[in-house]
Design a protein around this ligand. Structure first.
Ligand SMILES: Cc1cc2nc3c(=O)[nH]c(=O)nc-3n(C[C@H](O)[C@H](O)[C@H](O)COP(=O)(O)O)c2cc1C
Length: 363
């Protein structure tokens, strides 16, 4: 998880009344661990869901809940708190609060702070699916976007009320990533990055197969970094137990052939291809349809292997390949084997015909 972008940042974390307030305890922990200063401001309704005591303990700063709070020397918390801030993040953002923001209302500390701000505002909606779909909410969200306010999420899935649909708040980790992404320099803005990650799984029968020790962490970290750098990211993942980085489009596959086919279907749109997956070189010619049983004679099974397609080589030999990056895991003579692999995959240093790609920083 990227932390550098958040170190030293000063955030006002505004909480409004919703069940998702429980996620903000974890979000606060993640933000402070990354070195951000978190000033929590809660609406009266938010204090019904989680106490200011908890939020003070986690943020390490007194929490503000009222505009009549005399702790700010000039008694103008609604102005002063945002003047120190790099951004205000409203999480969870209730239906009510989105409506207030869209109409510029200022009838409590948090809403007044937002109207009086001179820093970016990010909102993380959290509500029941009908509240989210309500035309008034949709109008308000469209207005917020038009006003330059970042709307992060919402997520889709089971809700606290028992219904299923759009409207639930992003998980704390995803909200954290989205905030980090907001602060990251967009050096890959406008670029499309296609990555593979993780191992592949080549079946022997319905319950067994050949795989490898790839965790997928490297590919997922690169996908996250590319997204945070502003790229549109398509991640094709083998079987891994990892959360999808926020803002990344993920496609799951099992076998090398499936991964190859998925890459070849999408590579024409990519400016950059990064093959991080540990792709199996071979697969069993014909996987058994049924579980292979031990026999009374204890005869060992035997398999015939065939070669899998080479994904990086297939990409590299396209007439107009994207800028292609490969990885080599070796057990010895690393540079020799790595260079030999690069040449074999037809991408020697003097033989680059990649589509031109401009990597200059945008800001
Ligand atoms: C148990 C309970 C859960 C609620 N959950 C949500 C919610 O997830 N999202 C939402 O927009 N409103 C929710 N509400 C309604 C808000 O708390 C209510 O609209 C409140 O006025 C919001 O005030 P605020 O925007 O000033 O924080 C819930 C209310 C209750 C009683």
């Amino acid at each position: 998880m990227a932390t550098a972008e958040l170190a030293g940042k000063h955030l006002v974390l505004g909480m409004t009344g919703g069940i998702a307030c429980y996620k903000i305890a974890e979000l606060t922990r993640l933000l402070t661990k990354a070195g951000a200063t978190v000033q929590v401001v809660m609406t009266e309704a938010a204090t019904q869901f989680i106490t200011p005591v908890t939020m003070q303990a986690l943020s390490g700063r007194p929490v503000y809940t009222s505009q009549w709070d005399g702790r700010v020397p000039n008694n103008m918390a609604h102005i002063d708190l945002s003047r120190e801030a790099d951004a205000i993040v409203i999480a969870p953002a209730s239906t009510d609060f989105l409506a207030k923001l869209a109409h510029g209302m200022a009838d409590d500390l948090l809403s007044t702070l937002c109207v009086a701000r001179d820093c970016p505002l990010l909102v993380v909606p959290a509500m029941n699916r009908q509240m989210w779909q309500n035309p008034a909410t949709q109008r308000n969200v469209a207005q917020l976007r038009a006003d330059g306010i970042e709307v992060l999420g919402p997520d889709s899935g089971p809700q606290a009320c028992g219904e299923v649909g759009d409207g639930r708040m992003l998980e704390a980790a995803a909200t954290y990533e989205a905030i980090a992404s907001f602060f990251s320099p967009k050096i890959l803005a406008g670029k499309r990055v296609l990555l593979t990650a993780g191992p592949t799984f080549e079946p022997l029968d319905p319950v067994r197969g050949i795989t490898n020790r790839s965790s997928g962490k490297m590919g997922f970290a690169l996908a996250r970094a590319a997204q945070q750098a502003g790229a549109e990211v398509h991640l094709i993942a083998g079987p891994v137990a990892l959360d999808t980085p926020w803002g990344v489009f993920r496609q799951d596959v099992q076998t090398a052939q499936q991964m190859h086919d998925a890459v070849m279907r999408s590579v024409a749109d990519a400016d950059i291809f990064i093959g991080v997956a540990a792709v199996a070189d071979w697969r069993v010619d014909h996987a058994s349809e049924h579980k292979i049983k031990k026999t009374a004679e204890r005869a060992l099974p035997s398999f015939t292997f065939v070669e899998n397609p080479d994904i990086l080589a297939s990409v590299a030999k396209l007439p107009h390949p994207p800028f292609a990056v490969g990885f080599a895991a070796e057990s010895g003579d690393l540079e020799v084997h790595g260079e030999e692999k690069r040449v074999r995959k037809k991408r020697t240093a003097s033989d680059r015909q990649s589509r031109p790609t401009d990597f200059r920083p945008r800001r």
